[in-house]
Write a protein that binds this ligand. Sequence first.
Ligand code: GZL
Length: 328
Amino acid sequence: MKKWTKIVLLLLVVTLVLSAVAFGAKYKKNPPWVIGFSQIGSESEWRTADTISIKDALSEDPNMSLVYADAQQKQENQIKALRSFIARKVDVIVFTALVETGYGPVLQEAQKAKIPVIMVDRDVAKEDQQYRLTIMGSNFLEEGRKAANWLADYLKKQGIDDGKKPVNIAELQGTVGSAPAIDRKKGFEEIMKGHPNWKITHSQTGNFTRAEGKPVMEAFLKADKDIQVLFAHNDDMALGAIQAIKEAGLKPGKDIIVVSMDGVKGIFEAIIAGEANCTVECNPLLGPQAVQAIYDYMEGKKLPAKIDTIEGIFDQTTAKEAFPTRQY
Ligand code: GZL
């Protein structure tokens, strides 16, 4: 090849590369970015799926490197992790709040250090939301309403609720002070107002775990067998309670209607086996949305205050068909 041709070709390649860089995405800070992800623990099937989704999405992205911290359900561990991210000057913090309150000071420190905070799943208290960029996750209030509306429809169809006879409900609450526990309860009780014969006769936290849901349900049943419905703030506690109902000689899904949230594999199996009745989906697969939010931020786009996830509801008429394609 003639010398001149080689020079022209070389110049062409250099120009192409430079223009690609010049007209490539304009970032606030050029990658690679260090992302600190503070997760609350591994208390449920839902949390495990959520952690895998977010860790995979962040670590598989060529522009991101992940610093991961598991708080093991302790807020002090989480605050320590956030402070270590700040000290390390990570580019973005991604975190889910174990409980709503107590994060104001550390979020202000992140803001002072000009480190953006993107919340996933559980938000912080209203007064501290000014220190975070956005929250992505479920609408817990709506999940509570969906559970109660499904129950009203089911009780009517089964001829169990004449609007007068008492419907006694046992409630397994999630982690005290957490956004899902507060808002799922609020949403459920909002719909209850339209059913004066419904009553929550027992209510206690099972901390979103099977191991704690079972003994709490055992204690409910020891005190009072006149329970028609179990409303559990997540499937893991419902699965623990189903064991307790069986050990008390009752049929879960029949003697006691079981309604919970998340949509994990275990509850699909219980619904298909007729031992549970309904699960309101709460999508944990937030990884891709978290990565997209980081790119949007780095490209200077304004993030919406809340990024909602799309969710369904499953019962004994739909669970069997949906189960094979479930991703968590
Ligand atoms: C809800 C999430 C809750 C799940 C539980 O988005 O925060 O925490 O419902 C999990 O299974 O423990």
